[in-house]
Write a protein that binds this ligand. Structure first.
Ligand SMILES: CC(C)(COP(=O)(O)OP(=O)(O)OC[C@H]1O[C@@H](n2cnc3c(N)ncnc32)[C@H](O)[C@@H]1OP(=O)(O)O)[C@@H](O)C(=O)NCCC(=O)NCCS
Length: 219
């Protein structure tokens, strides 16, 4: 039986993560650089998580903490992640922002995305953060873009008329859909540059307590 491990990212994982990220996306969406991954690890190591399958690196989830009120009116991926460096990470924030999640295309559909999302939820609870917010790709949109707006497409995914590989997964992971953000990631041609704003609320969030930095391994 295969063994899935979720653990924090280490510097030595970076070259393999770059290789996998390249496989995970269409060519117009290039992988992050070594330096970008290093910045993320330096700024918020707790938020950087990988998945291993039988000891082999197969996926990654990258997060930062933000003051959501600063960004809720409008933002692009580039703005909120400071072009992927995570310099906007703000420990005073109460929102864990999901900047990236991917799984090796060879091993999709076997629960690794779920395990990475579960790692994120564990982190959110352990830090006593209020919620996880992300802007998910809509990679199935290009097939329907001549007929529907991105908003109409997303609604039809929720209604069960279309299946989107990313929004479908996120809804299955109990995220709530809050609308479409246009021009979120212009190089994401499959999504027409659009993203769906999604949220998961941490039911155990205690506003009377501060943000916690877990000392033991919570993954
Ligand atoms: C999105 C992604 C991370 C999902 O990873 P994955 O490992 O294939 O997903 P899992 O196998 O863990 O799926 C978890 C659950 O969601 C369900 N699910 C997955 N895709 C689904 C879909 N399109 N519609 C409905 N449910 C879906 C699975 O059936 C599974 O449910 P189960 O546990 O009840 O069987 C993966 O497809 C990926 O890497 N995509 C490319 C990169 C990308 O676009 N990332 C998103 C950036 S916003």
């Amino acid at each position: 039986m295969s063994q899935v491990t979720i653990r924090h990212t280490r510097a030595e994982d970076i070259p393999e993560l770059i290789r996998l990220q390249k496989l995970a996306y269409p060519p117009e969406m290039p992988p992050w650089s070594q330096v970008k991954f290093e910045h993320q690890l330096e700024i918020f190591p707790l938020g950087q998580v990988v998945a291993e399958l039988d000891g082999r690196l197969v996926g990654c989830a990258s997060s930062l903490v933000v003051l959501w009120d600063d960004w809720c009116d409008s933002h692009t991926w580039k703005e909120i992640t400071a072009a992927g460096t995570f310099r906007n990470h703000n420990p005073d924030g109460k929102t864990l922002y999901g900047a990236e999640v991917f799984v090796d295309p060879e091993v999709r559909g076997v629960g690794l995305g779920h395990a990475l999302y579960e790692g994120r939820r564990r982190l959110c609870r352990a830090m006593n953060l209020k919620r996880i917010i992300a802007c998910g790709r809509l990679p199935g949109y290009h097939k329907h873009a001549s007929e529907f707006s991105a908003e109409e497409y997303a609604k039809r995914v929720i209604w069960g008329d279309f299946n989107d590989p990313v929004l479908g997964f996120q809804l299955h992971e109990n995220f709530h859909y809050c609308g479409v953000i246009e021009d979120y990631l212009p190089e994401d041609h499959e999504s027409g540059g659009n993203a769906s704003l999604i949220v998961w609320l941490n039911k155990r969030y205690d506003p009377s307590k501060p943000t916690l930095i877990p000392e033991e391994d919570i993954l």
